[in-house]
Write a protein that binds this ligand. Structure first.
Ligand code: F6P
Length: 322
């Protein structure tokens, strides 16, 4: 019987389990054997394989994290490492591999496909930093986690007339900051894609203070180009505006938690589609969602696309926070 392998790689994201469940159940439905590969490409090289059945993925659709665990692996980045991986997969009779992760994980899948392994990538990252898909699995849940935190911080911010900086994840992509900032009614949103000077933030604070609003929420993406990061911004605001500033770094809280309905449904559709593509004999493809339709495209094409920043939403956020 032909076997399909599945692994999760890179940073985990809520909804990965729902995707694993969809892959395993669809593959078994069509008569395939499925191996779960633990700890991503590291586990592939260490042969951490476990045969999955219908009940291995029972009771996981609502769970955050990934039951298959995840890691980053330097050995797999070498040609020798990948040749070893192909040999191991052959020994297990695994012809196809489903990789759930971000761009680095997809590059690994593409390189494996060049060595004859059929691969399909499913986008799983809270960053929403893949250009070819409107949403990645985990983004919606992380956004809701951030909104929940902003709401709580806003309560205490208003009680104390403070400026609260909320630092969110996003090394190169400001989607989490932008979308959560808009939904959380942030006064200022700072993202890696757009430059903003501290003087602009100060003048905005003064404008809102003049109309009687004494507290303010600044949502700052971790990768934003602001001198000294959150602490630098705090110091600048303290000196220039004499503001009472606090910083909250949300950190890995954003990576955990039960996935939202949106992420569960997206993950289920993408997992199901990934197996269907393998059955059709397709390889070196990624699945995603565009204009509310499930799509698939070549990994190279997907990775060469440049992520478009939502300038309209960014401008709208500025108007709504005057
Ligand atoms: O999953 C992506 C991401 O959340 C980035 O936004 C963040 O910088 C990074 O992962 C941190 O990952 P880790 O702590 O696992 O290295």
């Amino acid at each position: 019987m032909k076997a399909i392998g599945i692994l999760t790689s890179g940073g985990d994201a809520p909804g990965m389990n729902a995707a694993i469940r969809a892959v395993v159940r669809t593959a078994i439905y069509y008569g395939y054997k499925v191996y779960g590969i633990e700890k991503g490409y590291r586990g592939l090289l260490d042969e951490e394989f476990v045969e999955m059945d219908l009940s291995s993925v029972g009771d996981i659709i609502q769970r955050g994290g990934t039951i298959l665990k995840s890691s980053r692996c330097d050995e797999f980045k070498t040609a020798e490492g990948r040749e070893k991986a192909v040999e191991i997969l052959e020994n297990y009779g695994i012809e196809s591999l489903v990789v759930i992760g971000g761009d680095g994980s997809f590059t690994g899948a593409k390189l494996l496909s060049e060595l004859g392994v059929k691969t399909i990538g499913i986008p799983g990252t809270i960053d929403n930093d893949l250009a070819y898909t409107d949403y990645t699995i985990g983004f919606d849940t992380a956004m809701n986690t951030v909104i929940d935190a902003i709401g709580k911080i806003r309560d205490t911010s208003s009680s104390h007339d403070r400026v609260n900086i909320v630092e969110v994840m996003g090394r190169n992509c400001g989607d989490l900051a932008l979308y959560a900032g808009v939904a959380g009614g942030a006064e200022t949103i700072v993202v890696p894609e757009r430059e903003i000077r501290t003087d602009e933030i100060v003048s905005k604070l003064r404008t809102t203070q003049k109309r009687g609003k004494k507290h303010s929420i600044i949502v700052l993406a971790e990768g934003a180009d602001i001198e000294g990061g959150a602490l630098g911004l705090k110091n600048a605001l303290t000196v220039k505006d004499k503001a009472d500033v606090r910083i909250t770094v949300l950190g890995h809280v954003q990576r955990g938690g039960s996935p939202s309905a949106f992420d569960r449904i997206l993950a289920s559709k993408l997992g199901n589609k990934a197996v269907e593509l393998l059955i059709e004999g397709k390889s070196k493809r990624v699945v995603g969602i565009k204009d509310n339709k499930i799509i698939d495209l070549d990994i190279d094409d997907a990775l060469s696309m440049e992520k478009e920043f939502d300038q309209d939403l960014y401008e709208m956020a500025k108007i709504l926070s005057i």
